[in-house]
Design a protein around this ligand. Structure first.
Ligand code: NDP
Length: 507
């Protein structure tokens, strides 16, 4: 039934079945044990994925290895790979509403947000296509009269991509088109909670004419097939996005085969607001930074550091902005905040709200949870603000992954930097000021992979995503992605006459 008649979005009567993609063949759910996904917003079965077996995982890696070593995928002209990637981008664009509906049902994220993410995903595929024509090495014509050195940059091989539930297609689009552009092949394992759009992408890749084995897409749990990929001898790189804890497990598992590991992990971003900022614009983006995807973003602006002289006034402005945001059914295009992803996450967030109260932070807004909101059965957490938070409290140190904002006052730039840098994470920070000196001092002093000034969660395919400290290892997006998916080879050439002898002639 279509509850939102002027839109393409409706709660379906029956779940949608998806297929695995292995070596160019689609394997339907009827051929495997099903993984059932119940919508966290409506608590209705919405998707069924085929659970990949250990044998499927081996077949997927073998197919990717064969496609890499025995077909012309890695050696074809970059322009040909670019054309294929652009075709996929076009198909994603054409299937935007279908993809948005799947992610809203499986993840509880509002369609308005997902539509924007799909546009960004298309942009990522289009940008990555340009790299297929711009990956190059180096030359040395300075080594002597009869010698020359070439440094070739070659695709590294099979890349295993393991992704989280919070931005299913977007995060995959930060990895897959880049690896493909550079001539790698891939085995993809999305989160068991939101595998639908990755599996549908498999069908779109087929439609675009992607050669068999170049991309393989599995569904299943991280502790089984995820681990198998991380320790597999024929996987050259694990490109992982997820929690810091699992990132460490993956690093350990990958160590035995010395594979390259790229980790995009958790965060505890600080949003720093100075008294001289455009406070109205800042309040809007602080609200967005904590409520986007119900606070379930690695870059959620979960700590608000605000200069003491405007702390009271600004905190009230943020609270008013947050109160004005519509919470409810993710299929409703006017809704900005949906439920959280699962019962487990709902309970974790609840336990952090209790911790905040025990730590004697002032509960300024929210703090309640409910399994029903506006006629929708789901895991809803009311947007919550704690004021008078001190930097060492657990709610200011640990990743909550929910719509819970901790407000910490400060006096000077140095104090703000010290507080912002005081967690184990280093993913993202926001700075609001009209003073250029303050902006540059913060940009230099913040120990996070991204610093945004007078904007938040803007991003662009050209700009790399980097995690410092326990927020990650390596980087993705931008031209630097070339480094993640290629390796260097030195070729030294000697020209004749070849007179140089280790043992002189006649000895
Ligand atoms: P998890 O770390 O729990 O899971 C991420 C992926 O890893 C899933 O596909 C999961 O599979 C898989 N996985 C779990 N255990 C293993 C294992 N032992 N071996 C191999 N794979 C495994 O993260 P969430 O899905 O809960 O996502 C939230 C986390 O992701 C947050 O910490 C967030 O900060 C981080 N994140 C980081 C981003 C960044 O760019 N830095 C961006 C987005 C999120 P399954 O769950 O299906 O079993």
């Amino acid at each position: 039934m279509n509850a939102h008649p002027s839109t393409p979005y409706a709660l379906p009567d029956a779940p949608r079945d998806f297929s695995l993609l292995i070596d160019g063949s689609l394997i339907p759910v009827s051929d495997r044990e099903p993984i059932d996904r119940t919508s966290p917003a409506h608590r209705r079965l919405v998707s069924r994925y085929p659970r990949a077996t250990a044998a499927d995982t081996d077949s997927a890696v073998a197919a990717a290895k064969t496609a890499f070593e025995k077909t012309d995928w890695a050696t074809m002209p970059g322009a040909a790979r670019a054309r294929l990637i652009l075709k996929v981008a076009e198909l994603i664009r054409e299937h935007k509403a279908e993809l948005a509906q799947i992610e809203a049902l499986e993840g509880g994220k509002p369609v308005s947000a997902i539509e924007g993410e799909i546009d960004v995903s298309v942009d990522l595929w289009e940008y990555a296509a340009t790299l297929a024509r711009h990956a190059y090495g180096d030359t040395y014509d300075t080594l002597g009269k009869d010698t020359m050195g070439l440094v070739l940059r070659q695709p590294i091989g099979v890349v295993a991509m393991i992704t989280p539930w919070n931005f299913p297609l977007l995060i995959l689009s930060q990895k897959l088109p880049f690896a493909l552009a550079l001539g790698c092949t891939a085995v993809v394992k999305p989160s068991e909670l939101t595998s639908g759009t990755a599996l549908l992408l498999g069908e779109l890749l087929q439609k675009a004419g992607m050669p068999a084995g170049v991309v393989n897409i599995l569904a299943g749990s991280g502790s089984t097939i995820g681990m198998q990929l991380c320790s597999h001898t024929d996987v050259a790189v694990v490109s992982f996005t997820g929690s810091t804890e699992v990132g460490k497990t993956i690093s350990r598992a990958a160590a035995d085969t010395l594979k390259r590991v790229s980790l995009e992990l958790g965060g505890k971003a600080a949003h720093i607001v100075f008294a001289d900022a455009d406070l109205e614009a800042a309040a809007d983006k602080v609200a967005f930074g904590i409520l986007h995807n119900a606070g379930q973003c690695c870059v959620s602006g979960t700590r608000l550091l605000v200069q003491r002289s405007v702390a009271e006034q600004f905190s009230q402005a943020v609270a008013a902005q947050i109160k004005s945001v519509r919470v409810g059914d993710p299929l409703d295009p006017t809704v900005k905040v949906g439920p959280v992803i699962s019962k487990q996450q709902y309970e974790t967030i609840g336990s952090y709200i209790a911790i905040g109260k025990e730590e004697n932070a002032t509960l300024m807004l929210g703090g309640t949870q409910s399994l029903q909101h506006g006629g929708v059965d789901g895991y809803f957490v009311e947007p919550t603000i704690f004021a008078d938070v001190s930097p060492d409290m657990r709610i200011a140190q640990e990743e909550i992954f929910g719509p819970v904002l901790a407000i910490i006052p400060f006096d000077t730039v140095d104090e703000a930097l010290e507080i912002a840098n005081s967690t184990i994470y280093g993913l993202a920070s926001g700075v609001w000021t009209s003073n250029l000196d303050t902006a540059f001092k913060c940009a230099r002093g913040l120990r996070s992979g991204t610093v945004e000034v007078n904007t938040y969660i803007a991003g662009a395919p050209e700009l790399p995503l980097v995690g410092h400290r326990q927020s990650g290892v390596g980087h993705e997006k931008g031209r630097f992605a070339v480094e993640e998916f290629t390796e260097l080879k030195t070729v030294q050439l000697q020209f004749g006459p070849l007179t140089d002898r280790w043992v002189p002639k006649g000895n």
